[in-house]
Design a protein around this ligand. Structure first.
Ligand SMILES: Nc1ncnc2c1ncn2[C@@H]1O[C@H](COP(=O)(O)OP(=O)(O)OP(=O)(O)O)[C@@H](O)[C@H]1O
Ligand SMILES: O=P(O)(O)O[C@H]1[C@H](O)[C@@H](O)[C@H](OP(=O)(O)O)[C@@H](OP(=O)(O)O)[C@H]1O
Ligand SMILES: [Mg+2]
Ligand SMILES: [Mg+2]
Length: 321
């Protein structure tokens, strides 16, 4: 075991209890401790300033009161690093602004392209009921309907596949209708923590064959497919095939993974996020970003403990973010 470092740094974390449970594991606390970093839970029942000096604060809380407390804390301790600024995180709480940035960056790539699927936003319920208005939008079925807000609220992961106009009527507004792209049932999840980047493969929604696209009608709800894939221990033939597809899938080129992660980090000014990326089954040079999440489930990564500790170490040692 390495020698504990003599100078100690203090990193405060402010997260919902569920997130503390899923991300701040004992193994992380112990490892960080060995590297001179004390991970301290911020007490949400007391004022932040009262809790003294932190070298760095990591957080995933969005209330106005919390934002005010962070501002006060920064004024009192200007040298402390806040990961990340709430105003910058907000872009990821809306499924339109989260993908806009993908189309503003440019990544030097030889053959591949990175973009986002076509999407339409519907904000008024009368539009859902108006067959003419829907037709005029020129939607391309099948679609994925996603709540516009992606702020961790109870409905923000309630998605559904929509096969024709009849499926649109029963959606809740505001909703984003996104072109469904067949991608071989495999999703690439790029996790970013400051300058540390890693990519894993996961099971995704299966392809919808063309014959099926013509016969399916209405809508089909689903929720949290890629998380299910992490937890799934059932064994049926369909799952085995899906798992097989994941294992066989070739990773995107390193230059694409790094280029995309670094450009997005720069453009958004954020340190802690992941990117969901798919590869078009009918054009394997076409990559599409479908989702960007703030402070995702890092503990699902196989190298999570050193990965996250290295990030914290960089921050407290450079004191710049
Ligand atoms: N445009 C698309 N084409 C094909 N499949 C898609 C598309 N968008 C999403 N999916 C599928 O739906 C799943 C959930 O979509 P998305 O990641 O946008 O939702 P989310 O609720 O924000 O997920 P997360 O739990 O990662 O935050 C993806 O993992 C993928 O399997
Ligand atoms: O709880 P909200 O704010 O909705 O955010 C979720 C993200 O949307 C998911 O992407 C995270 O899971 P992944 O790390 O598997 O993407 C998921 O990670 P979790 O499994 O630690 O909850 C959450 O960060
Ligand atoms: Mg996702
Ligand atoms: Mg998401």
């Amino acid at each position: 075991m390495s020698k504990p470092e003599s100078h100690r740094y203090c990193v405060g974390y402010a997260l919902e209890p569920k997130k503390v449970h899923s991300v701040i594991l004992e193994s992380l606390v112990d490892h960080a401790n060995q590297r001179g970093i004390d991970l301290i839970q911020i007490d949400r029942t007391r004022s932040l300033i009262e809790q003294g000096r932190f070298d760095c604060i990591i957080h995933k809380l969005y209330s106005e009161d919390w934002k005010k407390q962070l501002d006060e804390f920064s004024s009192t301790y200007p040298e402390a690093v806040i990961i990340d600024r709430p105003q910058l995180i907000e872009r990821l709480h809306n499924r339109v602004s989260m993908l806009e940035v993908v189309n503003q960056i440019s990544i030097p790539l030889e053959n591949d392209t990175v973009g986002s699927p076509k999407q339409w936003v519907i904000k008024e319920s009368k539009t859902l009921d108006d067959a003419n208005a829907i037709e005029e939008l020129g939607l391309i079925f099948p679609l994925i309907a996603k709540p516009l807000e992606a702020n961790g609220g109870p409905n923000s992961h309630n998605l559904c596949l929509v096969f024709d106009q009849s499926g649109i009527k029963k959606l809740s507004i505001p909703v984003v209708l996104q072109e469904f792209v067949n991608h071989g049932g495999v999703i690439f999840k790029i996790y970013v923590a400051g300058q540390h980047i890693t990519c894993v493969k996961r099971k995704s929604l299966p392809d919808i064959p063309e014959e099926k696209q013509k016969t399916m009608t209405g809508k089909l709800p689903f929720s949290r497919v890629s998380s299910l894939a992490v937890r799934n221990d059932s064994h049926n033939e369909e799952d085995d095939t899906a798992q097989n597809n994941v294992e066989k899938a070739e990773m995107p080129p390193d230059s694409l993974i790094e280029g995309l992660a670094k450009s997005l980090k720069e453009a958004m000014g954020l340190n802690l996020f992941n990117v969901d990326l798919i590869r078009d089954a009918s054009d394997p040079t076409r990559y599409l970003v479908i989702d960007v999440n703030y402070f995702p489930g890092y503990a699902k990564l196989p190298n999570y403990v050193p990965f996250f500790t290295n990030f914290l170490w960089d921050i407290v040692h450079s004191k710049t973010a």
